[in-house]
Design a protein around this ligand. Structure first.
Ligand code: NAI
Ligand code: UGA
Length: 435
């Protein structure tokens, strides 16, 4: 099939390259000329395992030619179905900011005005229930002078991939959710996903309406974020009682109804999605008069973890005027993404205490340097630890797990671990956040 993907960020580039690999002809439309040029040169504009290989295989010179990118919306006119993969950030009050989606939808509609054949538009971005049919579809239809359901089909297909394993997650999904406003659109969506469903060994395909599809995405993220927060709440109780929450979580996870995944307690959830999506669905609930107490509590627990972490540090060392090593800046290992990383409240707390912060991360230093140009950045964890009076572990990179005699170079070997990453050993004062 001929597909177009509007928005070529984490999700848009990943799905475009994967759909090309599955045999479709795909054009990525983005306003960023740099991203477009990179893809057309056969290179990936973002760092994701396996993505560079897929883009090289399908875009640019000596490729299958099934993937290309453009800034020109007109090029989507030759395609049958368009995925909208534009950002849905949060407003200051946490509610969803649809301005980018609306601008994209209008431009898409104006472009489609030139097309006579029926076109299908599938919203891939995470949007609150009702957005696809109540807000975006009418915008596209009006701008393109189309009749909904007749010459314009509308669907919603939420995405569950994780950063760091985006390609593998997309190609091996636990489920595929196809929300459609009408049967014709759903049938086209099924055609798009047929090669993926076959290659992924027939994962469940949930056929539903657009509102349910939209809510399934928020429910998924809200559940996972709340599961982590519950683990943190229990973990904080464990810490007060001298109990190891990781041992507890391992046992809890043996219950088939609970499962071990997403029970890793510590500094809590960051990233581009859990914080904004939790806030957006709370705001959407409040707009209808419901205050979502569980999700508010999950957020509160999450917001408090960095403070508990710093309190543990305060028990052992006054960092005023002292060198403190922060290990890990990315919101999780495997990515250079620092959006909503827990490193920010931790660094803020250290600066308030007058510490000389020296930070290390294998890939996220350049991103953090823009935000905190005033702190020191070390080329290695070992350099960061050298002469430090405390070490704070913020991201669970594998390379931190094997640190050992590097701690001997610290001025005071106090290690506060927010991610259950470092083994207790002789010669260091070790504090785990929830164990
Ligand atoms: N990042 C992730 O892991 C996941 C994200 N999502 C959701 O997917 C959506 C997209 O997220 P990301 O891919 O992370 O965003 P992103 O910020 O990485 O990429 C968005 C892209 O859209 C482009 N763009 C902006 N305005 C445009 C316009 N008018 N026309 C064409 N292109 C335009 C930008 O230049 C950028 O390349 C969001 O709703 C997000 O919540 C869902 C699942 C996973
Ligand atoms: O909507 C999205 O964008 C995506 O959000 C998350 O994916 P992602 O944010 O990439 O990363 P996760 O692996 O889920 O981690 C999120 C945060 O939770 C933290 N976390 C995760 C697991 C855990 O047990 N404990 C824990 O604190 C991580 O350190 C990280 O800060 C979801 O896992 C994806 O399914 C979803 O598609």
């Amino acid at each position: 099939m001929q597909l177009s993907v509007v928005g070529s960020g984490y999700v848009g580039t990943t799905i475009a390259a994967c759909f090309a690999d599955l045999g479709h002809d795909v054009v990525n439309v983005d306003i960023d000329q740099g991203i477009v040029d990179t893809i057309n040169d056969g290179e990936a504009p973002i760092h994701e395992d396996g993505l560079a290989e897929l883009v090289a295989e399908h875009a640019g010179p000596d490729s299958t030619g099934r993937l290309r990118a453009t800034t020109d919306y007109e090029e989507l006119l030759d395609t049958d179905l368009t995925f909208l993969c534009l950002p849905t950030p949060a407003n200051d009050d946490g509610s969803i900011d649809l301005s980018i989606m609306k601008a994209g939808a209008e431009q898409l509609g104006e472009t489609l005005a030139e097309k006579d054949d029926r076109h299908n538009v599938v919203v891939k971005s995470t949007v609150v229930p009702g957005t696809t049919e109540d807000t975006l579809a009418p915008l596209i239809a009006e701008a393109g002078d189309k009749r909904l359901g007749d010459d314009l089909g509308v669907g919603m297909n939420p995405e569950f991939l994780r950063e760091g394993s985006a390609v593998a997650d997309f190609l091996n999904p636990d489920k595929v959710v196809l929300g459609a406003a009408d049967d014709r659109t759903r049938d086209r969506m099924k055609e798009v996903f047929a090669p993926l469903v076959e290659r992924a060994d027939e994962p469940p395909v949930v056929e539903t309406a657009t509102r349910e599809a939209e809510m399934m995405k928020y429910a998924n993220n809200a559940f996972l974020a709340s599961k982590i927060s519950l683990a943190n709440d229990l973990g904080n109780i464990c810490k007060e009682h001298g109990v190891d929450m990781y041992e507890v979580a391992d046992a809890m996870g043996l219950d088939g109804r609970i499962q071990r995944a997403f029970l890793d307690s510590g500094l809590g959830w960051g990233g581009s999605c859990f914080p904004k999506d939790t806030a957006a669905i709370i705001a959407a609930a409040e707009a209808k008069g419901y205050d979502a107490p569980m999700l508010n509590a999950a957020t509160e627990v999450n917001d408090r973890q960095p403070q508990r972490f710093l309190d543990l540090l305060d028990r052992h060392v006054d960092v005023d005027g002292r060198r403190v090593a922060v290990l890990g800046l990315a919101f999780k290992p495997g990515t250079d993404d620092i959006r909503n990383t827990r490193a920010v409240p931790v660094i803020e707390g250290l600066l308030e205490r007058g510490a000389d912060v020296v930070a290390h991360d294998p890939v996220a230093i350049e991103n953090m340097r823009d935000r905190y140009p005033e702190i020191e950045y070390a080329d290695s964890a070992s350099d960061a630890l050298n002469g430090a009076s405390a070490c704070l572990v913020v991201t669970d990179w594998d390379q931190y797990e094997v640190l050992d005699e590097e701690f001997d170079e610290m001025a005071d070997p106090v290690v506060v671990d927010g991610r259950h990453c470092i083994d207790r050993r002789e010669g260091i004062t070790y504090e785990g956040l929830t164990w």
